[in-house]
Design a protein around this ligand. Structure first.
Ligand SMILES: [Zn+2]
Length: 163
């Protein structure tokens, strides 16, 4: 938005003013200073992901779990993954890690959708493990499980987003 323009002019300022109070999806991150922007994005994404985590925990009937969320850089995740989950079934605690916006190249809104996808995907791993607690973790089963989890995540999000 207006990246080649030093002075946004009256309409630009008015637009900025009008955009400020609008939550998450419409945050106009582009008018922030570059160094502010990265930090701001991480903070916004963290708040967004925590809200989605709580929402989907309720939706998937996992409220009894004490789940926490961390936004991490790509170096803390397995190569080519966008998140992971670790849980302790005895204490019913879980930690989901999701990729930091600094390592995303998607537009802001699409990145938020993608992070929500990660949150739901990881919760479904937990959900399925709770329900089918005997599935084996061999590599073959692992990739089948990933596909199955993605299918479930996609249909849940489609239904939730109303299309
Ligand atoms: Zn997975």
């Amino acid at each position: 938005m207006r990246s080649g323009c030093l002075w946004p002019g009256f309409w630009g300022l008015l637009l900025t003013y009008l955009l400020v109070p609008i939550p998450f999806g419409s945050v106009p991150a582009d008018w922030l200073q570059p160094e502010q922007r990265l930090h701001e994005r991480t903070v916004i994404v963290e708040a967004f992901a925590r809200e989605k985590l709580w929402y989907w925990q309720k939706h998937l009937d996992l409220e009894a779990w004490k789940a926490t969320l961390a936004i991490v850089r790509s170096t803390e995740l397995r190569p080519n993954t966008l998140g992971n989950i670790r849980w302790d079934a005895v204490n019913q605690t879980a930690t989901i890690r999701a990729l930091d916006p600094a390592d995303y190249s998607l537009p802001f809104r699409e990145m938020l959708d993608d992070i929500e996808f990660t949150v739901v995907h990881e919760l479904i791993h937990l959900k399925r493990d709770v329900e089918l607690n005997n599935y084996s973790r061999s590599e073959t089963n692992r990739s089948k499980e990933e596909l199955r989890v993605n299918d479930i995540t996609e249909s849940l999000l489609k239904a939730d987003r109303g299309h």
